[in-house]
Design a protein around this ligand. Sequence first.
Ligand SMILES: Cc1cc2nc3c(=O)[nH]c(=O)nc-3n(C[C@H](O)[C@H](O)[C@H](O)COP(=O)(O)OP(=O)(O)OC[C@H]3O[C@@H](n4cnc5c(N)ncnc54)[C@H](O)[C@@H]3O)c2cc1C
Length: 640
Amino acid sequence: MSPTTAGPTEREARKVAEGARESEWTKPSFGKELFLGRLRLDLIHPWPTNSPEQVERGEAYLDRLRPYVETIDAARIERDAAIPDEVIADLAALGTFGLKLPEAYGGQGLSHLYYCKALALVGSAHGALGTLLSAHQSIGVPQPVKMFGTDEQKRRFLPRVAAGEVSAFLLTEPDVGSDPARLGTSATPVEGGYLINGVKLWATNGTIAGLLVVMARVEKAEGHRGGITAFVVEADAPGITVENRNAFMGLRGIENSVTRFHDVFVPAENVLAGEGRGLKIALTTLNTGRLSLPAMCVSASKWCLNVARGWSAERVQWGRPVGRHEALAVKISFMAATTYAMEAMVDLTCLLADDDANDIRLEAALLKLWASEMGWRIADDLVQIRGGRGFETAASQRARGERGIEAEQVLRDLRIMRIFEGSTEIMHLLIAREAVDAHLAVAGDIIDPDASREDKIRAVAKAGAFYATWLPTLVAGKGVVPNAFAEFGALAGHLRFLERTTRKLARSTFYAMGRWQGGMERKQAFLGRIVDIGAELFAMSAACVRATAEAADRPEGVELADLFCEQARVRVDALFHSLWDNTDTADNAAAKRVLEGRYVFLEEGIRLASQDGPWVAPVAPGPSQKPDARRHLSAPGVAG
Ligand SMILES: Cc1cc2nc3c(=O)[nH]c(=O)nc-3n(C[C@H](O)[C@H](O)[C@H](O)COP(=O)(O)OP(=O)(O)OC[C@H]3O[C@@H](n4cnc5c(N)ncnc54)[C@H](O)[C@@H]3O)c2cc1C
C-alpha cells in the first residue's frame, strides 16, 4: 500500500474515531454545558479544593522534590542531548515515576493537582525531564494499567513503574499519526498469546523503557473480537529492536524511538481490557493524561514571566526600561494575565478530576488546546522582549560572561505541545464533535445521507420537539440583568458577559447547523473558532472563580483576572466576527489550486528542500536490519 495515499477512506477513518469515542455522559460537565449555551457556574464555583490530607501530602512531597530540582545540571542535558543516568535514578528514588500511583503499589499517592505541580517543578529544570515523566505517567504503563488493568496486572506492573522502570506508549507509526484507522501493527493470536509485528514511530522514552504499551490490530476471527488492542510488552522481549533514536527541534535529551516488532510473543494475560479496546483506552487515559502538557505550559509561562520581569526592568534603551515602552508593555501584560488564567485552568481541571464528581474530558481537551497555543505565544513574546539575546543560546550568553537565559530553548521545547497528544487541528475536531453532539443526536438522521425518507421525517419531528424547548433558553438569561453575579464583585461584569456569550455561542452553533447541516463537519475553520471561543470562556470562568475565592488573601488575583478577561473578550469578539466574515471558502479553493500546482512559479529562484526519499517511508515487514539503539540505564536501582 502506498503509505501516503491508499488506505481507509475518510468515512472509515471517522468510523474508527467515532467507535473509540466515549459517547456516554454520566457525570455533569461544565464544558459540555457551555457549548449547549448554559453557563453552569455551580459546577466550578465555589472553587473546589483537595482534602487537607491531599494538601499535606502534596506540599510535603514538593518540599522534598524542590531542593533536588535546584541541583539538576540542565545545561548538561541541553549540551549532551541526554539525561544522565544518575538524574533518572535520582528522580526514581524521589518517587517521581509513581506520582499518582497508590502507596500500595509503591507510588506517592498524589492528587492530580499535586502531580501537575510536581511535573511543573521538574519540567522547569529542563523540558526533556518533564516529557520523560509525563510520557511515562500520562500515557505510559501507570495510567492505563491503573484504570483498566486487572488486579493481577496491577500487582505485576505498577510496583515496577512506580520504582522507576521507565515506560512508553506506542501508537504512532510512519503511516499513522492523527488517523488510527491506518494502524498497521498486527497482533496474531497464537497458543497462549499473540505475535506482534510492525514498526512504531516517535515513542517517547522508547529507547530507555523497560515496559511498553503497544497498540496493535487483532483480526476478527472465531473466538476473537478483534480490533485495535492495547498490550503491555516487556521491552527486552525477543524480536524488539530500537532502530533509531530520533532527534527534534527541541526537547534535546528526550529518548524517542523507532521500534520494530518482529514476531514478538506477548502472553494473553498482558492484554489490557480485552481485544478491540485499545483506542478507547488511549482516549480515556488521555482524559486526565491531557493535564500533563498544560502543567508544563504553566511551568514554562511562569519561567518566561520571571525572565521578562527581570530583564524588562533592567534593560534600558531609548531612555527608559524596555518594559516601559508600550510595544513591550502589552506583551508583558499578556504574559502575566495569561499565566494567571492558565494556572487557574490547570488547577481547576485537576481539582475537578480529583473530586471525580464531574466529567472533565472536555475541560482537559480545551485546556490542552488553549494552554499549548498560549504557552507558545508567551515564549515567542519572551524571545522578542529579549531582543538579540532571545535568539542566542544560553551557552553562548554564558561564554560572553552574561547570565545564560534559555529563551530560544523554551520556545523550541514548547513547539511540540501544539502537535503531540492531539494536534491543535485534531483537538478542534474532537471538541467540536462534542459541541455539536446535541444537534447530531437529535438531527442525526436528517443530515445522514444514508438515512431513509421515513427516518428523516421521524428525525425532523424529534428535532422540532428538542429545539422548541431548547431555543427559548438561549434568548435571555442572567447576563442581561444589570446587577447579576454581584458575589463576584469587580468581576461581576465579566460573569455577565460569560453568561450572555455562552448563549450566543450555542446560538451560533445552531445557526451553522441549520445552514450547513451534513456539511458542517467539513467546516473545520468555523468549528475551530467555535471551540476557541469555548476555550476562552472556560479560561475566563476559571480565572474569575479562582480570583474570587482567593480575593481576601490575594487581591492581586482579582486584578489579573480582570485584565485577563478584558484581553480574552477582545479575542472572543474577533472570533465571533470571523465566524461569518472570513475567507474560508476562498482559502479552500486556493489551497486546492496550490496542491494542483497552479502557483508553482512562486517557488522559483531558491534552492528547494531535499527531493530525496519518500515523504513517508514504507514499512518493510521482517526482522530488523539495524543495530539495536536501546540505551540500558546503568544507574543502580533502575531497571531498563
Ligand atoms: C517529539 C514527539 C514525541 C512523540 N511521542 C509520542 C509517543 O510517545 N507515542 C506515540 O504514539 N506518538 C508520539 N508522537 C507522535 C505524535 O502524537 C504525532 O506526531 C501526532 O499525533 C500527529 O501525527 P503526525 O505527526 O503523523 O501528523 P499527521 O497526522 O500526518 O498530520 C499532519 C498535519 O495534518 C493535520 N491533520 C491530520 N488529520 C487532520 C484532519 N482530519 N483534519 C484537519 N487536520 C488534520 C495535523 O493536525 C497536522 O497539522 C510523538 C511525536 C513527536 C514529534
